[in-house]
Design a protein around this ligand. Sequence first.
Ligand code: ADP
Length: 445
Amino acid sequence: MKRFSIKARVTVWYTVFMLLLAGSLLALLFLMSEGLSQRRLRMQLKDAVADTVADVHFRYGNLNTEDLDFYKNGVSLFIYDTSGYLLAPKVNLGVQVDSLLQDQTARTLRTASGGQMVYDVYATDGSTPFWVRGIVSLEGSVQIYGLLRFLVLGAFPFFILLVALGGYQVTKRAFRPIGQMAETADRITSGNDLSQRIDTGSSQDELGRLGATMNRMLARLQDSFETERQFTSDVSHELRTPLSVIRSQCEYGLSEAAGERERQEALASIARQANRMNAMVSQLLFLSRADRGAFSLEKKELDLSGLVEGCAMDLMPAAEARGLSLQTDIAPGLRISGDETMLLRLVDNLLTNAIRYNREGGSICLSLEQTPEGHIRLSVRDTGIGIRKEDLPRIWNRFYRADPSRHSEGTGLGLSMVKWIAEAHGGTVSADSVYGEGSCFTVLL
Ligand code: ADP
């Protein structure tokens, strides 16, 4: 059975079921109607025979046939003497049967023309004994046989054929989306094209919903493949720049033309690029582990105010080196359950950006406070170059750098990490900026 299609199996199953159901209904109908009609005939027969028995009279040993009616209500009646000799009627009606007389036993005799029911009664009139026999044709039952034969041989096969064909069509139509799904899956596999979708039409049934779910799954798969592809190309692109700088600096340092000072500068440049690559690789490792869910926060109760303060102190020299003023407004004693290393990385990234993308003589304001709703708000405001409105939504993307030609030190991964860390702590991060005036990054925990 397994090698047949589901359509064929379903059709066969319910056709057989319909066959059995309709067959048993027909049989039941036949038995019931035959039982009823036989009972009715038996009653007619007995009544007619009983009436005739009451009407039979003998005068001087001879049967008086004047008042007798030999055909009553479909029943043919015959009167015999005790030796089985037919007394009346004298005319052969063609319905007589040569069966032994049996007192008060209704019985059915099947004949080529359908059959008869016979009923005999032994009675006496005065001192003269006699038999009355009633015979009724079973034509009523024969009609039911005829109807049944018509149903079984004519209408029933037609009905079953109709059920099978109609059912097959409905099943075929219902299973069509599955065929389309298989075809789409084949096309995706052979053409390696995830942009293909299953045509579900306007169908809202189970298969329509399955098709829609598969389309959503395909869209997600396509999305993640695209991201993966983009990510790989970004990584190779980002690593190519420092690698080519390192190669050219090596070539220059090794060349005869380079003096001692130039060699030192080449080595310093190589060291810078190596550091940048190192930072990028460790950030990438962090993000890929975070993506895989392999990164679990080591949360503990910690003094956030102290942590932010410490970070600001650490970066103070870097700010001063660029002529920037770093002011802090940190509410004391704010505590949080979080991962210390991660939160340090978050504050450090925001402050480093505020220093890196600031302008000569600019300022940075770092604040930490509790909001009236009970959240903790960390803001880093700078008076730097700012971010264009159209760039704002993209700064959280990996490798996105608004102006890489002006600031070559960055990797474009810092804000992605900041976002991940804030969200991993159940918080959010947002940015506001006026291009050319400054930016403000706010983390709400
Ligand atoms: P990067 O390593 O390049 O700093 P980030 O992910 O930290 O990477 O930042 C992405 C981009 O967002 C930066 O290249 C820069 O263009 C922009 N950006 C981030 N912080 C600031 C800021 N404080 N002021 C202006 N631009 C910023």
